[in-house]
Ligand binder design. Structure first.
Ligand SMILES: [Zn+2]
Ligand SMILES: [Zn+2]
Length: 239
């Protein structure tokens, strides 16, 4: 992936949505980050093909995935979930800026194609519970998923996978407790026999949410489940 150029979005697409300045350096920009900041903050760098964490070399599987291979087939991430990129996630979720989700979706869609990853039959966002959706007004993962769907020219379905139990927010829990907290929190009635699915979420930290949603989809017959995330929490603490 390192030989590829970062995807550059047409400025015209963002002009109507963004105030025209780069969030980091304040240069005039048609998207949230100018081209220079995009390459500096969300650089194309080798990432574990299983979980998206940054690794030293292309194709290298990280130590965690070697010990505990995930049930999903592979993952792509744009960058690390750390400052300054975490600001985009916080603004998107808590500042109610769905346009940032669509921007992440555009970048991920372009990167998915560039990396030559398999085209999914259907794209599914990790859903929010009804209460959380009402509170937030939109699902960031759906904003991402529908733009990825446009890029890949594949259908997306925001309703097939449902969050049936809210539980405690994963971010409030220590890593080891997250898997237990999320067990049974998602449901899906749709059969996916033989289908390749792409699950979309904004951030992967412990991977417990994606592991549980993958489990549900495989149980419904999916041949394989892939994962696209905007930002991946690094294993090491932020410098
Ligand atoms: Zn900039
Ligand atoms: Zn990994």
């Amino acid at each position: 992936m390192s030989a590829l150029e970062p995807p550059i979005l047409p400025a015209s697409r963002w002009a109507a949505l963004w105030p025209g300045r780069c969030a980091h350096c304040d240069a005039r920009s048609g998207q949230p980050l100018c081209h220079a900041c995009l390459q500096q903050d969300l650089p194309l760098r080798p990432r574990c093909p299983s979980c998206g964490v940054a690794v030293a070399q292309d194709g290298q599987i990280c130590g965690h995935c070697l010990l505990h291979p995930p049930q999903w087939a592979g993952a792509a991430a744009l960058g690390d979930y750390r400052f300054p990129n975490d600001q985009f996630i916080l603004r998107m979720k808590f500042g109610a800026e769905p346009a940032l989700g669509r921007w992440f979706g555009d970048l991920l869609g372009a990167r998915w194609t560039q990396a030559g990853l398999p085209l999914p039959d259907v794209i599914l966002p990790v859903p929010l519970s009804r209460e959380r959706l009402r509170e937030r007004g939109f699902n960031p993962a759906w904003e991402m998923a529908r733009r990825i769907a446009t890029h890949l020219n594949r259908p997306a379905d925001p309703h097939a996978l449902r969050r049936v139990r809210q539980g405690i927010a994963q971010s409030q829990l220590p890593l080891e407790a997250r898997r237990r907290n999320i067990r049974g929190a998602y449901a899906c009635q749709t059969r996916w026999d033989g289908k390749t699915l792409l699950l979309v979420d904004d951030v992967m930290t412990s991977g417990a949410t994606l592991a549980e949603t993958t489990r549900v989809l495989l149980r419904q017959g999916a041949a394989s489940v892939w994962v696209a995330i905007a930002l991946r929490t690094p294993f090491d603490p932020a410098p």
